[in-house]
Structures are given as structure tokens and as C-alpha cells.
Design a protein around this ligand. Structure first.
Ligand code: GTP
Ligand code: MG
Length: 554
């Protein structure tokens, strides 16, 4: 097999664009690391990061014979898991049982022989599989099963949900259809690990960790990959020498920590852009409140945002993860409300004066804390449950809360999702946004102290408003759509499945039809298309100044 298959380092030539996906496959050996149980956030990050460090990403010819490929890779070491997917070509992720498997492959891989181009000889774990003619088996791809890695188009989702028997099932079914798959999560960690190899040229002790929806349990297939360059490992204090002399590193100094973050991101961004195979479209957004570099990682199809010194966002991700793990209804409601908000144009891919997915998630959490009895605890309570190892202070802010999920006892709230969904719309359709702010630390509305139309207190940096970007027009649209949706759910023809064929959108499916269509012919239509467009234009205008801020506003 060594004769048939050879591996080449991928050079940093840019691939042509196409965004289809995947063929997944089965585990070679039983994978002991599957995340069935409820793990703490940090155990999860560590385990996934460790898996990724033992993995390779390999571009394969489309007619690669799976069996032969696997046999070839196995000559380098035991394989824990592998799968194929498509994004700008066919790729395989191969996870070895030990790092030695990766070293063995890299040792034997060669550099490509380019005739008309030159390449940067940066060796990474992104490789190309080269086959001899003998290795090609016509139609051998038949054995490969293709899975879709992008989320289902909303029309298909509506059809799927309309066939479900209850609204509760609809919400769970939506979550299942949209959530990140096991393979997609592995790929996200692998991309972080590949980028770490680049950053490690300057900072060997660094790590690159995913945060945001890639890890907080609320990620939808196709969501961006938010990453955090963690240099804390470098500054950990060295043991004090009790000698007459001691030595310290000379370091380049900058005026502020922000300036240091900007220069680190600028240089790492430059390296990723110039040397990182498959990394294209680099944008440096260093003047944003949270400086970042943004680029596409073509082999995975991920839109990547790399930040540094952003530990509070990591804590927010951990908190959302914890809430999502406490009760399965939390994720189902968040996924469904986020999907509804996207379809109704409340959220957008473009940064601006819209509500963001993060804002919507915090609003759902607040709503669930306000139930009687509360479905999930307030942050102050989670802080009280924290153990000594959970202590965390970031930039003077106390970010401590319990990490051990088993210590959190939830109250006996038995409300169904069918009941909670319209209640959510009622709650925010009638919320006094003029006077009150939302606070998940206390689980109580508080009197607003600033003029922003929507005030949601940042749970960790309490003087900040996570929804500072939202303007009055967008908030008003959200409120109107909540009222409209609450009203729609009450309509019998929407609330109950009416036809035996199950083709008519009903329940949650009916709420995923854009409002203008959903209310056609009904008396409570709120906005004409012209007024909706006017509203969107106003939002764009007022958000122009914030457009470079990547939605990380507070
Ligand atoms: P997607 O829309 O699926 O990408 O959701 P996301 O949760 O990943 O949101 P996004 O990519 O916009 O931001 C990534 C993470 O940054 C979030 O999960 C939060 O932890 C944090 N974040 C985003 N926006 C804000 C904000 O306005 N304030 C604060 N404090 N943190 C934010
Ligand atoms: Mg994100």
C-alpha cells in the first residue's frame, strides 16, 4: 500500500470554491471519548483538544478507495476514528490512537513537486493523498456515504417538522436537524489545532481554543468558528530562585495590553495568511472593541474569527454550555427561537443593529429563570455552588461559578415546550423594554440605567450591555414578531396538526414561515414589505459605525 498511496504536504496554493459536504464513516475502534455523559466544559475542551492533536486532515482524490486508504493509514499506527467529508474537494479526518501515528505519517510525507508555481515550505498536518494509477479504483467512491454538513434549508425543515406529532417533538426535531454533528465538532477542534501549529512557531506554549457556538451547545451546522489564542501558559510564574542572581526574559514592551493583543494578532494573522495552506481572505479587524482576525479555512469550509486575550467570552461560552446541559428543554427552546429569529429577519449574518444569536440565547435563559418554579438557576446561585478550583477573576471581574454539573440541583419544573414556546413570545411581546433591563445573574428585571433601547447586562462585566448595538427599530420588530407569533400559536389551525397528510405547516413549522406570508389574509398583519425594507435600511444606517465590531459589542 505504501507503493499505491503517498502523502504530500499541502502547499499554500488557494483552492477553487465549492461548498458541498460530507461522507462520514464508522469508528474503526470503539471510541471511548464520545461525549455521551455530562462532562464539565473544561474536561470537554481538553479531551477534544487532545483528540485533535492526534489527528490529520487529508485532501483525497474523489475516487479514493476507502478500504485501501484505511489500510495504508493503519501502517502508521492504530486509528481511533476517521471520516470523509467534502468541502472544496474530498477530505478525510484521521485520528490516531497515539501521536506517534501522526509523526510517522509526517516523517514519510514528501513536499509537492511544483512545475509552474512556487510554494512556502511550511509543513503542517494538512496533507494531500497522492495515488499511483494502480491505487485508483473506478467508482470506488460508491462505498463512501455522504452526509450533509451544512444545515437543512428552511423549507425542508418546515416539511420535516410538519410531519411530527407534537410541538414538543417539533422543537426536539429542529434541534437534532440543526445541531453540530460529532464529526463537525471534531473538525472544528482540528482546525484550531492546525492553527495552533502556526502560532506555536512564535509561542510554543500557546493553545488555540474554540469558543462561542462551536462549544456552547447551541451551535448550528455552518456557524462560524470563534477561536481564542491563549497565551496564559507562557505567563505562568516560574519557580522563584532563592539565589543571589536570577535571570528574566527580555520582552518587547507595548503601551497597553490591547496594543500587545493587536500586534500578536496582526503577526499571527499574517503568518496564517502567508503560510497557512487553505487559509484565505484574511481581514484584520484590530480596532474593534475585541480585536480579531477573520479568514476562511477552505478545507473545512469554516469562517474563522481568531481573537486573543478574550477569556471573558470563554467564560460566557462555559456558562451557556452549563445551562444547555442542565435541562434538554433549554437547548430545544434556544435552537427553535434562534431559528425563528433568523427566518423572520430578526438576526442576520451581517453585523449591525440586529439582535444577535448570543443576545437571543441570553433572553431565553432569562425567560427560563423567570418560570415558576424556575427551570434553571440564576448565575448568583451557580456562583455559590462553586468550589475552590472554580475561582476565576478576569480583568478584575469575578467570573466564578460552578463547573461540576452534578452539583447543580434543578427544581421540578415540568412545563412542556408546547407551553413554553408561546409563553416566551408572550413574555417578550409584553416586556417593558423602556424601563427594564435583563439580568441573568439575578434572574430579575432591573431598572434601566442607560438609554439603549435594549439593555441586557453582561453577566461577567456587569457595567456592560451585551445588546448595546440593538436600535429601537430592531427591538420594535422583535416585539411585534413576538406578539404576532404568540397570536399565531393561539390560532387553532396553527396550534394543532390539522391534515392527515402532515403537509400543512403547523405548530413550530408555521412560525418558520416568514411573517408577511404567514399573516397573509389574516387581520393582524403588522408590516408591509415596504415598511420592513425601510426598517432594515434604518438599521443599516444606524449600525454603520459599528459594522467593524463583529457583533462582539460588550
Ligand atoms: P453564532 O451566531 O452561532 O456564531 O453564535 P455565537 O454564540 O458563536 O456568537 P458570536 O460568534 O457572535 O460570538 C461568539 C461569542 O462571543 C459568544 O458566544 C459570546 O460568548 C461572545 N459574544 C458575542 N457577542 C457578545 C456581546 O455582545 N457581548 C459579550 N459580552 N459577549 C459576546
Ligand atoms: Mg460564533
Amino acid at each position: 500500500f505504501k507503493r499505491l498511496y503517498r502523502l504530500h504536504y499541502c502547499s499554500s496554493r488557494r483552492a477553487s470554491a465549492k461548498n458541498v459536504v460530507v461522507e462520514a464513516e464508522t469508528s474503526v475502534k470503539k471510541d471511548h471519548c464520545e461525549t455521551g455523559g455530562k462532562k464539565s466544559f473544561y474536561d470537554l475542551l481538553e479531551e477534544r483538544g487532545e483528540q485533535a492533536a492526534r489527528s490529520l486532515l487529508i485532501s483525497c482524490p474523489s475516487n479514493t478507495c476507502e478500504k485501501k486508504f484505511l489500510k495504508h493509514m493503519s501502517t502508521h499506527g492504530d486509528i481511533n476514528k476517521y471520516f470523509f467529508y467534502e468541502s472544496f474537494g474530498t477530505y478525510a479526518v484521521v485520528e490516531f490512537a497515539k501521536k506517534e501515528g501522526v509523526f510517522s505519517v509526517l516523517e514519510r510525507a514528501s513536499l509537492p513537486h511544483l512545475q509552474h508555481e512556487a510554494a512556502v515550505p511550511f509543513k503542517s498536518r494538512l496533507l494531500s493523498l497522492k495515488t499511483d494509477k494502480l491505487g485508483d479504483v473506478p467508482n470506488s467512491q460508491k462505498s463512501i456515504k455522504f452526509l450533509n454538513q451544512t444545515s437543512m434549508p428552511v423549507n425542508d425543515l418546515i416539511k420535516k417538522l410538519s410531519k411530527e406529532d407534537s410541538i414538543d417533538q417539533q422543537l426536539y426535531s429542529l434541534t437534532e436537524a440543526y445541531q453540530l454533528t460529532e464529526e463537525n465538532i471534531r473538525l472544528r477542534f482540528l482546525v484550531c489545532s492546525l492553527l495552533k501549529d502556526i502560532a506555536a512557531s512564535y509561542f510554543p506554549e500557546c493553545s488555540i481554543k474554540p469558543f462561542g457556538s462551536s462549544v456552547n451547545g447551541f451551535g448550528k451546522l455552518g456557524c462560524d468558528l470563534d477561536m481564542f489564542l491563549d497565551l496564559d501558559g507562557i505567563s505562568e510564574a516560574a519557580p522563584k530562585q532563592v539565589r543571589a542572581y536570577s535571570l528574566e526574559y527580555q520582552l518587547k514592551r507595548t503601551s497597553t495590553e490591547r496594543a500587545a493583543t493587536q500586534s500578536i494578532l496582526s503577526v499571527i494573522g499574517e503568518c496564517v495568511d502567508q503560510f497557512g495552506p487553505g487559509c484565505v481572505g484574511m481581514q484584520k479587524i484590530l480596532n474593534a472593541r475585541c480585536p480579531l482576525v477573520r479568514f476562511s479555512h477552505q478545507p473545512s469550509g469554516f469562517q474563522c474569527d481568531l481573537t486573543a486575550n478574550n477569556r471573558v467570552a470563554m467564560k460566557s461560552s462555559e456558562l451557556l454550555y452549563l445551562y444547555g446541559q442542565l435541562d434538554e428543554r433549554v437547548r430545544a427552546l434556544v435552537f427553535s427561537v434562534r431559528c425563528w429569529a433568523r427566518v423572520q429577519g430578526i438576526t442576520s449574518n451581517i453585523p449591525g443593529a440586529w439582535l444577535t444569536n448570543f443576545t437571543i440565547t441570553v433572553m431565553v435563559i432569562f425567560f427560563l429563570q423567570k418560570r415558576s418554579p424556575p427551570m434553571i438557576p440564576i448565575l448568583d446561585h451557580l456562583q455559590k455552588l462553586a468550589g475552590p478550583m472554580d475561582k476565576s477573576t478576569i480583568d478584575g471581574n469575578d467570573c466564578t461559578f460552578v463547573s461540576d454539573l452534578t452539583k447543580v440541583k434543578v427544581q421540578n419544573n415540568t412545563e412542556t415546550l408546547e407551553h413554553l414556546l408561546p409563553e416566551f413570545f408572550e413574555f417578550y411581546g409584553n416586556f417593558d423594554f423602556n424601563k427594564l433591563s435583563i439580568n441573568i445573574r439575578k434572574g430579575k428585571e432591573q431598572t434601566k440605567t442607560e438609554a439603549s433601547p435594549l439593555h441586557i447586562q453582561n453577566p461577567f462585566e456587569q457595567s456592560l450591555n451585551v445588546s448595546r448595538n440593538v436600535n429601537a427599530t430592531q427591538l420594535q420588530r422583535f416585539v411585534l414578531l413576538c406578539q404576532e407569533s404568540a397570536w399565531l400559536v393561539q390560532q387553532n389551525e396553527v396550534a394543532r396538526r390539522s391534515s392527515a397528510t402532515g403537509n400543512t405547516p403547523w405548530g413550530l413549522a408555521a412560525l418558520l414561515v416568514p411573517l408577511a406570508a404567514a399573516t397573509k389574509g389574516k387581520k393582524r398583519g403588522t408590516q408591509t414589505p415596504a415598511s420592513r425594507i425601510k426598517g432594515l435600511l434604518e438599521s443599516l444606517k444606524s449600525s454603520k459605525s459599528q459594522a467593524s465590531n463583529n457583533g462582539i459589542k460588550a
